[in-house]
Design a protein around this ligand. Sequence first.
Ligand SMILES: Cc1cc2nc3c(=O)[nH]c(=O)nc-3n(C[C@H](O)[C@H](O)[C@H](O)COP(=O)(O)OP(=O)(O)OC[C@H]3O[C@@H](n4cnc5c(N)ncnc54)[C@H](O)[C@@H]3O)c2cc1C
Length: 484
Amino acid sequence: MTDDLLSLSTDEFIAGIDAVASKFDSAAYPQQYLPAEDWALLVRAGVLLPTLPSRYGGRDSHVEMCRVAETAAEWNLALGVYVIVNTALALLPVVKWAGEEAKEEMLPRFGSGEPLMAGLAATEPGAGSALSAMTTTFEEVDGGYRIRGRKHWQALSSSAHWWLVVAKHARRREYGYFIVKREEGFRTVQLYEAVGLKLLDYGVNDVDVVVPRHRRIDAEQKGMTSVDLFLASRSLLAAAGAGFLRRISREAHAYADGRQIGRKQQSKIGFVRYRLADIDASAVICQALNHYLRTELDIKGDMTAAFPAVQALKTVATERIVRAAQSYQQLTGGEGYRCGSPSNIAGQAFLDSRVFTIFDGNNDMLSQQLTAYCLTRRNGRPLSEFLADWPLTAPGVATLKTDLTFLDRPLDQTHQVLAGRAIGYLFAVTQVLKWAEETGAGPGRLWPAVEFLRHDIAGVAAEFRLMASGILDTEGEPVGAGRR
Ligand SMILES: Cc1cc2nc3c(=O)[nH]c(=O)nc-3n(C[C@H](O)[C@H](O)[C@H](O)COP(=O)(O)OP(=O)(O)OC[C@H]3O[C@@H](n4cnc5c(N)ncnc54)[C@H](O)[C@@H]3O)c2cc1C
C-alpha cells in the first residue's frame, strides 16, 4: 500500500498529507479523541514514513518530518501534536538508538501501513521537570528486565500500542530506556480531562512488565541521554508553530477585515492594527525558526551539538504560539470565547496552544539551561561579549546594537531564567535575518519581527531592574509595606 507513496516527490507527498489533513480542520473537526479509523487515514497517507528508514518501508527524511508536522498543525494544532508524539517523540528514538533485533520487531509493522501508535513515558506524578526524581525502576531478571512504576500525562496514554519507557536502575544511578508493548503490562488506570488538545488521550499509567533484553536501548553505547530524547520533538514545535501561526495570522486578518465596530472596520482601528502586527511578527519568527530547523538541523542525525539552539528555538517558538493565540482571541471578542463559533477558531486555538510553553521541557527551565550552557563556555568573558561572538547570536547582536551589559552580573537562578529568554530572542533575531536573506523575504516582514524581538529583550532588561528593586527580598511582607 505504501509503496506508491515511496515514489512521490516531496511536494507530491506533502500535497497528499495536506489533502487528508484538511479533513481534520479545527473549524469543524469534533473536539474528542481521534478515532482509530481517522488515524488510519493519516497513516495510509504516509505520516509515519519520513521517520522510518527506507529498509522498513519509510521515506527517511528530516525535511519531510518537519513539513508533515507543519501541515498537520496548520489544519489542526492538536493533530500536529498527535503526529509529533508518534513520530519524533516515540518512533524516532527507536530508529536512532535501538538495536537491530528491537527495530526488526517493531518498525516493519509501522512501515506496513498498519494504524499503530506509539508514545513516550517519562513523566511521573512526582517527576516532571526534574526527571532525576523518577521512581519507576528497572532491574535485571532472567532473560531481560523488569520495569515497575507509575507514569502520568503521557500523550496517547490509553491508545498507543507501543511505548518507550524511561526508568531508573533499582539500585544504581543509571537510566534505562525500554521498548514495551501495551499488552505486556502498560495499564491506564485513570484518564485525565485536558483543557485543550482534546484529540489526544492522557492519564495515569501503571507499568509492571518484563521485557526481553534486546528491548533495552543501549543508551551509553549509542551516546544517547535523556536530554537527547526530547531534542527532536522539541524542535518540531517550531514547525508546528509555523503552520499554526500562518493560519492564525490569516484568520485574524480575515476576521478583523470582516468585523464592523461602530462605523469602523475593526482592522482600521489603530490598536487592532498593532495587535495584528504582533501576530504577524510571531508568524514570521516561527517561520524563520522553522527555516533554521529545516536547513541547519537534522533531527534524524546526532542532535547533541544542537542543544542550545533547540532550547532557544523551543522557548521562543512556543512563547510566540501562546501569545499570538491570545491576541487572536482578544480580537475576536465574545465570539472568540464560544465553542464552535462559525466565525473563528480562537477559543480552540487558545486552549490547544496554552500547554506549549509547559510540555516538552517547561520554558522557564529550558531558559535557565540555555544560560547555564553559555556561562560555562564564555571563558571568563562577560556574557554580553560571549553573545557578541557566538555564531548563534552574533549576527543578531551586531544588527540590534542594543546594550546587553545588564547581563554582565552574577546570575542567580531567577536571573538565569530571564537571561535565557534574552539569549533566545537574540538567537531568534539571528534566524530571522538569515531566513530573510536566504528566502528573499521583504523588509515589511523582516523588520517588524526584529523590532518586536528587540522589544522583548528590552523587556528582560526591565525585569532585571525589577529584580534589583528587591521584590523578592520582602520575606513575606506585602510589597511596598514599610519600604518607603
Ligand atoms: C498535554 C500534555 C502532554 C504531555 N505529553 C507527555 C508525553 O507524551 N510523555 C511524557 O512523559 N510526559 C508528557 N507530558 C508531561 C510534561 O512533559 C510535563 O508536564 C512537563 O515536563 C512539566 O512537568 P510537571 O507537569 O511535573 O511540572 P513541574 O515539574 O511541577 O513544573 C511546574 C512549573 O514549575 C516551574 N519550574 C520548574 N522547573 C523550573 C526551573 N528550573 N526554573 C524555573 N521554573 C521552573 C515552571 O513554571 C513549570 O512549568 C505532557 C504534559 C501535558 C500537559
